[in-house]
Design a protein around this ligand. Structure first.
Ligand code: SAH
Length: 478
């Protein structure tokens, strides 16, 4: 290591910036955003200081002092660092002058004349990650920063702040240092930390306040946490960043049949995976047993993930599960997923709403013909409404009958989108009148039915139109 990372206190004094142009302005943006006080020796004298300040904006301008004097004659007293950006030939002179005053100096893109270098920064409030490459490759540092950005929860800084505010109090309550460290590890790794990261600060505070005996808490059994995670329709790239993080932090994952193998591949290698799915004709282990598993996992200190196809709150019984968890006093968070209807629509280019044509969407489930009988089809006849049906394959004939009887036109465009966003996706389009035959064509679920004029804008509809045109042309040629 040639350069030792340290964090400079921006309140200790001004930063001297020498130079001009894009490089200097980029530095100014970073420094003003960080809250630094900057004395800027601008080298381009053709722009007046007042014009420059106006360009910076009122907030930033308050932190910047613009000087047109010779930077090499400046008073460096109390300055914490000197930066030379876009200063051209005077860079080395600025460097010599700063070193003579014993002040750290960075000349941009000039390692030989720098006594410090600027890292790539991930800024999450109280958590700051600095990435350096000893000045060898800023591009590598930037790439690394992007990865860290994706890895770190957005609220990690809040978690640091949350603990920072309470450290003194618990210092007084836990005398023993190793025990104190274990206490904070428990807080960070357990439900309290997860609640802060999920933005539920008030609940986290209440949980922390409820700890009567911090030493016993530190030494006692760890408490777990349940995250309900929406896995999306199948394509693993459609997982949210939060979902991916939950999968990689999990000790145990309880997943549905609908969760694709590609998504299970993203689960932490040594996490246990438990299939708890239900399917038509196979009742699975049942909701009560699932609830029991979740509570038991959390109470034994595990980070449990309940992984569901699509979104947990769309025909996914997520609502019931969090009710049960709440009653059992188990801390939880919900991570949304892309629901199958939205995923299928995007994959096949069905714009679910369309100016003037489709102004409303209904998400509907019709598991069995019996379910279709209880749907009030008369509420779904508005031609400006797109109807998205989940679990509607078996009931396709009943759905057709219900909608036609209620008065939706038989020529209404419909699509059946099976295994959407997966490698074996298949979609067929046609009219409402043909719906049962279309459903039969896709052979296997899971599938979404979309009913409404917007299906005529979809990619399969355009393809079907093209095929029709080609076969007409062929027939004409023969
Ligand atoms: N919570 C899930 C829905 C569960 S109900 C969600 O938000 O998507 C199960 C139904 O979802 C299936 O019967 C099917 O209609 C639909 N479905 C799930 N994944 C699908 C996919 N990849 N393609 C088409 N439909 C899908």
């Amino acid at each position: 290591m040639r350069f030792l990372p340290v964090f400079l206190d921006l309140r200790a004094g001004p930063i001297i910036l020498v130079g001009d142009g894009e490089l200097a302005l980029a530095k100014l943006r970073v420094l003003t955003a960080a809250g630094a006080h900057i004395r800027w020796y601008a080298t381009d004298k053709s722009i007046s200081p007042s014009d420059r300040l106006a360009a910076l904006g009122a907030d930033a301008a308050r932190q910047v002092e613009i000087l047109l004097d010779d930077p090499l004659a400046a008073d460096l007293h109390g300055a914490i660092a000197v930066l030379s950006a876009g200063a051209g030939e005077i860079g080395p002179a600025v460097s010599a002058w700063a070193r003579a005053h014993g002040i750290p100096v960075n000349v941009m893109d000039d390692l030989a004349h720098s006594t410090f270098i600027s890292p790539a920064i991930v800024d999450r409030g109280d958590v700051i990650v600095a990435v350096g490459t000893n000045g060898t490759s800023p591009v590598v540092a930037r790439r690394l920063r992007e990865r860290i950005e994706a890895m770190l929860p957005a609220r990690i800084g809040d978690l640091a702040g949350f603990i920072g505010q309470r450290r003194k109090e618990f210092h007084a309550r836990i005398a023993d240092f190793p025990l104190r460290r274990r206490f904070w590890e428990r807080v960070i790794d357990g439900p309290i930390g997860e609640l802060v990261l999920a933005g539920k600060t008030r609940e986290a505070e209440a949980a922390l306040e409820a700890i009567d005996n911090p030493s016993a808490f530190a030494e006692g059994p760890a408490k777990g946490f349940v995250t309900l995670v929406g896995a999306g329709p199948g394509d693993p790239d459609l997982l949210t960043i939060k979902a991916l993080r939950a999968l990689q932090d999990a000790d145990v994952v309880f997943y549905d049949e609908l969760v694709s193998p590609e998504i299970l591949d993203r689960v932490r290698r040594d996490a246990s995976r438990v299939l708890v799915g239900r399917r038509i004709g196979n009742p699975g282990i049942g909701q009560d047993a699932i609830n029991h598993f979740l509570i038991e996992a959390a109470q034994s200190g595990k980070r449990a993930v309940r992984l569901k196809g699509g979104d947990p709150f769309i025909f996914g019984r997520g609502g019931e599960e969090i009710e049960v968890l709440r009653k059992a006093g188990v801390a939880y968070a919900v991570v949304p997923g892309i629901t199958a209807g939205i995923g299928a629509a995007a994959a096949s280019e069905v714009p679910l709403t369309f100016r003037h044509e489709a102004l409303r969407i209904t998400l509907l489930t019709a598991h069995k013909a019996k379910d279709a009988e209880v749907v009030d089809w008369s509420a779904l006849t508005d031609t400006k409404m797109t109807v998205v049906v989940y679990m509607g394959m078996t009931a396709a004939p009943a759905i057709r009958a219900g909608l036609l009887a209620a008065g939706r036109p038989p020529q209404t465009p419909v699509g059946v989108f099976a295994r959407a966003t997966r490698p074996d996706a298949k979609s067929v389009v046609g009219t409402l009148d043909e719906l049962p035959a279309l459903a039969a064509q896709v052979d296997r679920g899971p599938a979404i039915l979309i009913i409404g004029d917007v299906v005529a804008h979809s990619a399969p509809w355009r393809d079907a139109g093209l095929k029709h045109l080609l076969s007409t042309l062929e027939m004409a040629a023969e």
